[in-house]
Structures are given as C-alpha cells and as structure tokens.
Design a binder for this molecule. Sequence first.
Ligand SMILES: Cc1cc2nc3c(=O)[nH]c(=O)nc-3n(C[C@H](O)[C@H](O)[C@H](O)COP(=O)(O)OP(=O)(O)OC[C@H]3O[C@@H](n4cnc5c(N)ncnc54)[C@H](O)[C@@H]3O)c2cc1C
Length: 148
Amino acid sequence: MLAAFAGWNDALLEMLSKVEHVFKWGIYDRDPLAHWTSGRITLLGDAAHPMMPTLAQGASITLEDAYALARNVARHADDPRRALRAYEAERIDRARRVQLQARDQFNTTKKCRLRRRSAATGSSSTTPPPSRWRSPAKRRLVPRFRSS
Ligand SMILES: Cc1cc2nc3c(=O)[nH]c(=O)nc-3n(C[C@H](O)[C@H](O)[C@H](O)COP(=O)(O)OP(=O)(O)OC[C@H]3O[C@@H](n4cnc5c(N)ncnc54)[C@H](O)[C@@H]3O)c2cc1C
C-alpha cells in the first residue's frame, strides 16, 4: 500500500505507515428490491439498499430507516406485521431513488475520470496519471499529522 501512495503527502504517509492490516475489495451495489418485508421480518440499511458510496448517503439513509422503523413499531405496537409494512411503504421509494442516483453518479464520475486520463496521456492507458498531491505546493495544503 505504501508503494501505491509513494510521493504523496508526508503526513498521510506517516499515518498509513501505522496501518497493520490492509484489505482491498471492490465496490458493489444491488438493484433496488421490490420489497423489504416478509411477515414479521424486514430489512434496513445496506441489507435493504446497498448503494455506491458516491453520494455519501448509505449511512444517512440507514439512520432514516432506523428512525422510521422505530416510529412505526411504536405506532402499531399491537400489530408488528402492519408496523413493518408501514415502515417499508414509508421508506422504499426514497431509498430506491438515492440508490439509483448514487449509481448514476458513480458511472458519471468513472466516465469523467477515464476521459480526463485519456486527454492527459493521449492514450487509453490504464496507468493512473501522476497524482496532483505529488506537487510540493499541493502537499502544503494538507494539515500536518502526527500520530505520537
Ligand atoms: C468506501 C465507503 C465509503 C462510504 N462513505 C459514506 C459516507 O460518507 N456517508 C454515508 O452516509 N455512508 C457512507 N458509506 C456507506 C455506509 O458505510 C453504509 O451504508 C452503512 O454502514 C450501512 O449501515 P448498516 O448498518 O446497514 O450496515 P453495516 O454498517 O455494514 O453494519 C452491518 C453490521 O453487521 C455485522 N454482521 C454481518 N453479518 C453478521 C452476522 N452474521 N452476525 C452478526 N453480525 C453481523 C457486520 O460486521 C456489521 O458490523 C460508505 C461506504 C463505503 C464502502
């Protein structure tokens, strides 16, 4: 990992040098589900609507789900199935919208990045262009980090 970040800001490199375990994984979403609820079981958060992180909304939508779920369970305390159906009805359209917007944004960002890369290198090479953070002027913009 340190080799991948060679030339970046010293403070960042110092922070990364403290990392003991590194995992690398892909970013995936799923198509919106038609339903989240079955009888007395329902889903919320990423289990219901895993989305691309491009809009930074996954956790926010999850918290909204939790609030709506709690409110509906309290409102229909004598009928859990109704509570879960009401929760789903309240949340599913909004979550679906954000999930699909995050996917669109991810695809747009990816296309722009590839276009910029082709323009910078004059080719369709998959080698990343030099990071702007390699410039000493840019590095000064990053606040110092000291782990000790
Ligand atoms: C790179 C990245 C950046 C992101 N940035 C943002 C951001 O800026 N803003 C934002 O709002 N969201 C962001 N998100 C999304 C956000 O992290 C998720 O949407 C959110 O954490 C979903 O919460 P959750 O409770 O549904 O799932 P999780 O947070 O995944 O919680 C599920 C928990 O269940 C546990 N678990 C799994 N299986 C079992 C089992 N069998 N038994 C017991 N426990 C189990 C897991 O260990 C985990 O702790 C980002 C996500 C990624 C990947």
